[in-house]
Design a protein around this ligand. Structure first.
Ligand SMILES: Cc1ncc(COP(=O)(O)O)c(C=O)c1O
Length: 418
C-alpha cells in the first residue's frame, strides 16, 4: 500500500518535520503588533525614520542609469567584497575577498552554513535562550539541541559548554550571537571569547558567529568578534539589515576560502543569486563614504532610546524586576521578579493597554517548559516618548496581574544589572 493511499483527495502529505511546524511567536506577534493602534515593543525592527532613504535613492538611480547588468543574473560583485573586507577591519577582523561570501542577509548565511554542516538528527550547541530565526533554520534537520545557559552579564556559560563537549558530545557547530544577543542583550566578555574559541579548537567544533548587531555599539567599541581569534574554526555571519535596511536583503559570510565554493553551490540551489541590484545599490552607497556617519547616527539614536527604556523600567516596573543594560543590539531582557501568568499578561497588554512585547518562552531552546516571568523589549523601533509610554502601560498591566514575588533564581543572576 502506498503511503498516500489512505488519504482523502486534496490532502497534502507534508514531510515529517513539516507536519509539526507552527508559526513562531514572532510571526504571530508581527500580525498582532502591526495593528495601527498598537504601541509595539515586540519586534526587532530598525527605526524607519533613520533609513538613509535619500542616499539610497541616489545610489539606486546611479546604478540603474549606468549599469543595465544590475538587473541581470550575475556572479557576486568583487568590489562589494572589498568594501566588506574594509568594514570587517573596523571590527578588528582581517580577512580577504576570497573569504567573503555574499548572502541575502544573515538569515540566509545561517541557513547555508547549516546545510553544509548539519546532518539529519545531528547535534548542535546553542544557548538556552536563542534567536527563534536560528531555531527555525535548524528545525528541518530535527537536531539534538545541546542547550547551554547564559549569564546575563558575561554571556554563554563556557564551563557548562566545556562539560558538554568533554562528556563526548560531537556537535556539528556551536551557534553564538557574540554581541547584542537576541533576546538577552548581552555581549560575550573578552575572557569568554578566548575560552570559547580555545574549546572549539580543542574539540574540533566549529562556531557559527551571528554578528547581526555587531556594528551597533553604544559605549566604547565592542570587543573584536570571535572571527578575529580564529580564521579556520569560526564562520562569521554579517548583515546590512540593521545598519542600512533589512529589505535590501544583503549580508555576508566570512569563511575559510575552501568553504566558499561549496557555499556557492548550496546558494545556487537555494535562490541562484543574491539580488545583483540590491548588492550594487549597497556598493554604490558604501562608495559615497556615508556609512561611518550613518553608523554614528544609529549609535547615538539607539543609545538614547536604550537609556530611555532603562529609565522608564526604573520608574514603572515592579521593584523586584531586573533587566539587562545592553552595550549593543536592540533588545532589553527583563525578568519581572513577580509571579504572573505570561499569556494572560500578553493578552491584557495587547487588548487593554494596546502595547506589545515578546514573552520569554518564545526564545527557549532548552528541554521542558520555560516558566519564568520574563520578556524581551525592543528599543530601536520607537522614539523615546513612545518607549516611555509603552513601558508605563506595561508596568500598569503587570501591576494589575502580578500575584507575588517569584523567579528568585533568575533574579539572583540579574541582581545589580538593572
Ligand atoms: C540574531 C539575529 N540574527 C539574524 C537575524 C536576521 O538578519 P537578516 O535580516 O540579516 O537576515 C536577526 C534578525 O532580527 C537576528 O536578530
Amino acid at each position: 500500500m502506498s503511503r498516500n493511499s489512505a488519504l482523502s483527495r486534496g490532502e497534502v502529505v507534508y514531510a515529517e518535520w513539516a507536519r509539526r511546524i507552527k508559526r513562531s511567536a514572532l510571526q504571530e506577534m508581527l500580525s498582532i503588533a502591526s495593528g495601527p493602534d498598537i504601541l509595539s515593543l515586540a519586534l526587532g525592527l530598525p527605526a524607519p525614520e533613520l533609513f538613509p532613504t535619500a542616499a539610497l535613492l541616489d545610489a539606486a538611480s546611479r546604478v540603474l542609469s549606468t549599469d543595465r547588468n544590475s538587473l541581470q543574473y550575475s556572479p557576486p560583485g568583487r568590489s562589494l567584497k572589498t568594501r566588506i573586507v574594509e568594514l570587517m577591519a573596523t571590527r578588528g577582523v582581517e580577512c580577504s575577498e576570497n573569504q567573503v561570501f555574499l548572502t541575502c542577509g544573515a538569515q540566509q548565511g545561517m541557513n547555508l552554513l547549516t546545510r553544509l554542516l548539519l546532518d539529519p538528527h545531528g547535534q548542535l550547541v546553542t544557548e538556552e535562550m536563542s534567536y527563534p530565526g536560528f531555531l527555525q533554520v535548524v528545525e528541518p534537520y530535527q537536531p539534538e539541541i545541546l542547550a547551554v545557559p547564559t549569564d546575563i552579564r558575561t554571556g554563554m556559560d563556557i564551563d557548562f559548554l566545556e562539560d558538554v563537549l568533554d562528556s563526548g558530545a560531537r556537535p556539528a557547530f556551536i551557534y553564538s550571537v557574540t554581541d547584542g544577543h537576541n533576546p538577552l542583550g548581552v555581549s560575550l566578555s573578552p575572557e569568554k571569547r578566548k575560552r570559547l574559541v580555545d574549546i572549539a579548537r580543542y574539540h574540533n567544533a566549529p562556531i557559527i558567529e551571528d554578528d547581526a548587531y555587531g556594528f551597533l555599539n553604544y559605549g566604547p567599541s565592542l570587543h573584536p568578534p570571535l572571527r578575529s581569534l580564529d580564521d579556520e574554526m569560526v564562520y562569521y555571519v554579517g548583515s546590512f539589515s540593521k545598519i542600512l535596511a533589512p529589505s535590501l536583503r544583503v549580508g555576508w559570510i566570512v569563511a575559510p576560502e575552501a568553504m566558499v565554493s561549496r557555499l556557492s553551490i548550496v546558494k545556487e540551489a537555494s535562490d541562484i543569486d543574491t539580488s545583483t541590484f540590491a548588492q550594487r545599490v549597497v556598493l554604490a552607497y558604501l562608495e559615497t563614504g556615508a556609512l561611518p556617519g550613518h553608523l554614528e547616527l544609529l549609535r547615538r539614536e539607539y543609545g538614547g532610546r536604550r537609556d530611555a527604556m532603562i529609565a522608564a523600567l526604573e520608574k514603572y516596573f515592579p521593584e523586584d524586576a531586573r533587566w539587562s543594560t545592553p552595550d549593543s543590539g536592540v533588545f532589553v531582557w527583563v525578568e519581572l521578579g513577580v509571579s504572573v501568568d505570561m499569556p494572560s499578561l500578553l493578552r491584557a497588554a495587547v487588548e487593554d493597554e494596546k502595547v506589545a512585547f515578546i514573552p520569554g518562552h518564545a526564545f527557549y531552546a532548552g528541554k521542558g517548559r520555560f516558566e519564568k516571568a520574563c520578556m524581551r523589549l525592543n528599543y530601536s523601533n520607537r522614539g523615546v516618548d513612545a518607549i516611555e509610554e509603552g513601558v508605563k502601560r506595561l508596568g500598569r498591566v503587570i501591576g494589575n496581574l502580578a500575584v507575588s514575588s517569584g523567579c528568585e533564581e533568575f533574579a539572583c543572576q540579574l541582581a545589580g544589572s538593572g
